[in-house]
Design a protein around this ligand. Structure first.
Ligand SMILES: Nc1ncnc2c1ncn2[C@@H]1O[C@H](COP(=O)(O)OP(=O)(O)OP(=O)(O)O)[C@@H](O)[C@H]1O
Length: 295
């Protein structure tokens, strides 16, 4: 197409733009592969729509500044924040807002040094790794420790603020953590709060959703739950949800890892010839041996 033709365009085919970007595929995958998270999926679609319309406007010469894309992902542990951040990077990449489909995940310890002069190089190193993609800062509020006047976290915050402004077309920062703590962090650091354009809240999973997550995890690990194991797992989930340090889908992943270990030990103790079905099946006993039932 000639430059002249582009300049004189008065309309844009949104369907073609959508098809060319392939984001439909990612959005469908998000719906299909991630259980629950209805409000999160809706927010991601909204952001994708904003970006697609921005592209359309650009094509007609209506573009102003690129939209600000820094985000906050708030919710309890194990609610899918890291997982969704990876999908988000895919969307941003396909729409051309980042050069690389990658997420660098960090915590305070990756950014802040113990001694004077150590913080700036650490933060810059993390930023360098993430540049062109997404920097995901888990429990971002730990960067700010007001009780310690000389805390080096402040230095990291200042560098981040600068880069979030100057490189907003080449780096997307996602701050993650508990909602109340992140809100407090934003009120103490208004510069940071004002640079976050999109706030996404991750709800806790319901018990039936956690069971569906367990089934999807066992499937992708090429295991299956026997009827008895499935019933025991439903009971396990109800009990585990009431216990301390419950971490949503992460607790489910951990429980399944332990069940796998017990299954392996059971089969090893049995010895002899094993068929594929035996190697794949998690039995009721593999679940019931959990501390949740035995203590
Ligand atoms: N909606 C979902 N459907 C299926 N699996 C999920 C879903 N959400 C999370 N998982 C799985 O649960 C595990 C924990 O998720 P993830 O690490 O994304 O949570 P998080 O909110 O970032 O937790 P944390 O902050 O504690 O690290 C991962 O193994 C992920 O694949």
């Amino acid at each position: 197409m000639t430059a002249l033709a582009t300049d004189t365009r008065t309309s844009v085919d949104l369907d073609a733009l959508y098809a060319a970007s392939n984001i439909g595929e990612i959005l469908e995958q998000l719906d299909r592969e991630l259980v629950g998270l209805v409000p999160v999926k809706a927010r991601i679609r909204e952001i994708a729509a904003l970006l697609l319309i921005d592209q359309a406007r650009r094509q007609l010469g209506l573009a102003t500044d690129p939209p600000s894309l820094h985000m906050s992902f708030t919710g309890n542990p194990g609610t899918g924040k890291t997982t969704v951040a990876r999908r988000m990077a895919g969307i941003l990449h396909r729409l051309g807002y980042i050069r690389r489909d990658h997420v660098v995940s960090v915590t305070r310890d990756d950014l802040v040094g113990q001694y004077i002069g150590h913080t700036a190089p650490k933060t810059k190193e993390a930023l360098k790794k993430a540049m062109g993609g997404v920097l995901f800062i888990d429990e971002a509020y730990y960067l700010y420790r007001p009780e310690n006047e000389r805390d080096y976290g402040q230095e990291a915050i200042e560098i981040l603020l600068q880069v979030m402004e100057d490189h907003r077309d080449d780096l997307v920062v996602i701050l993650a953590g508990y909602k109340d703590r992140l809100d407090t962090f934003f009120s103490s650091n208004p510069g940071m709060g004002s640079r976050i354009a999109h706030h996404v809240d991750f709800p806790d999973f319901r018990s039936d959703e956690l069971f569906d997550i367990a089934e999807s995890m066992t499937g992708s690990m090429h295991y299956r739950l026997s009827g008895g194991a499935a019933a025991a797992l439903r009971e396990y989930i109800e009990r585990r949800m009431e216990q301390p340090r419950f971490a949503n889908a992460r607790s489910i992943r951990n429980a399944l890892d332990r069940a796998r270990l017990r299954q392996a030990n059971r089969l090893f103790a049995r010895g002899g010839v094993l068929d594929a079905d035996m190697l794949q099946t998690i039995e009721e006993a593999d679940i019931r041996a959990s501390r949740v039932f035995t203590q």
